[in-house]
Design a protein around this ligand. Structure first.
Ligand code: COA
Length: 352
């Protein structure tokens, strides 16, 4: 169809003008996003299952048996999404040997921003003393960190950015119905971050870095995990609603597909994977994914027992922990996967 005759309401397709001078394109495209550093922040206050059982019709035994969760961290009023995200990002930057001047972009994955705008990312940019580049928030619920990795990878591969802070920061305690035992026991608050830098470049070769990311969503399944309101709506701030059994069923099937897709795209097999760093929603889902990959439990990073489900923060928190304690070592292959409201799901393969 000719763009000039596009019907009202339909944007004409964008086309690069013929004869676009190749000299405007970056001469040496960086080939990979390398992981330079990670960091995390967990709220000071720990809430145990027993503490919840004292005011809800639940028990430590039920929660542990169905989910593997023993406790969660819950944010105080001063531990906002911005504050926690900034702490995690500052740690990731320092850990990666970077300074404010090395950051071209900040991508924050969050479903629980403090404000509709300015974006959480821009607030964090300011707190970290970064006075250049750009930042924005990304909403993909519990898959947010994988989505943000995918976007950061694209920015780096296309030469739009050389240093990117990817941050997941969540205050789910704000959107939980604390009377609903079927949801409130599952989640916690926290933030995690990764500092990615361009590596490789034309002529150079490296097998390190983000090998690929694979993102998916299906709006037909939106109602099985949702928040029925929005930030800034005083009449309807929204609480988390979930059909747990349906989410469980889809989680295992979709993440298994995403994992296979990532391995196939790189010509790798299950036996090549050194570590699974999965989204931390439920130990039974994590165990099912580990079994499917044939990975012994010592090769699966688990934080859900202590953090519960921190949504977009869960993978970077787990990654930061396992790198800090020396379990994950340079050169090892890390597979990450997540599923969240939307539904959204995806996977990422990283050689550390
Ligand atoms: N304490 C005690 N009993 C509880 C409870 C709690 N915290 N929450 C629910 N129950 C009860 C239910 O009311 C139900 O009682 P009933 O049989 O009398 O109706 C019973 O436990 C079984 O509920 P059900 O929902 O079938 O349990 P389940 O085995 O499916 O486990 C989940 C529930 C939520 C733990 C599980 O479905 C799950 O983990 N789903 C995935 C959730 C998830 O990962 N979400 C985030 C994705 S990012």
């Amino acid at each position: 169809m000719n763009d000039q005759t596009a019907p009202a309401g339909v944007m004409p397709a964008f086309r690069v003008a013929p004869g676009h001078p190749a000299s405007l394109l970056p001469a040496a495209l960086p080939v990979r996003a390398l992981l330079a550093g990670t960091g995390g922040y967990l709220p000071r206050r720990i809430v145990t299952n027993d503490e919840l059982a004292a005011r809800l019709d639940t028990s430590d035994a039920w929660i542990v048996e169905r989910t593997g969760i023993h406790q969660r961290h819950i944010a105080a009023p001063d531990e906002t999404a911005v504050f926690m995200g900034a702490e995690a990002a500052r740690a990731a930057l320092a850990n990666g040997g970077g300074t404010a001047g090395d950051v071209d972009a900040l991508i924050v994955a969050t479903s629980t921003p403090d404000e509709a705008f300015p974006a959480t990312a821009v607030r964090i940019q300011y707190l970290l003393g970064i006075r250049r580049g750009f930042g924005f928030d990304l909403s993909a619920a519990c898959s947010g960190f994988i989505y943000a990795l995918g976007v950061a990878d694209a920015l780096i591969r296309t030469g739009m950015a050389r240093g990117v802070l990817v941050i997941g920061t969540e205050v789910y305690s704000r959107i939980l119905d604390w009377q609903d035992r079927s949801t409130c026991v599952l989640f916690g608050d926290g933030a995690g971050a990764a500092f990615l830098v361009a590596g490789g470049g034309s002529g150079a070769s490296t097998d390190r870095g983000l090998l690929s990311t694979h993102l998916h969503s299906d709006g037909a399944l939106g109602d099985i995990l949702s928040v029925d309101g929005a930030v800034g709506r005083r009449d309807r701030p929204g609480v988390l609603l979930m059909n747990g059994r349906e989410v469980f069923r889809h989680a295992v099937a979709r993440m298994a597909d995403a994992v296979d897709e990532a391995l196939m795209a790189n010509g790798l097999s299950h036996t090549d994977v050194d570590w699974l760093v999965p989204h931390q929603a439920n130990l039974r889902i994590i165990d099912a994914m580990g079994r499917r990959l044939g990975l012994p439990s010592e090769r699966v990073v688990v934080t859900v027992d202590r953090h519960a489900n921190t949504s977009a923060a869960s993978i970077p928190l787990a990654l930061a922990e396992a790198l800090a304690d020396g379990r994950i070592r340079p050169g090892q292959l890390v597979l990450m996967e997540a599923l969240g409201g939307g539904l959204t799901w995806g996977s990422a393969l990283l050689r550390v």
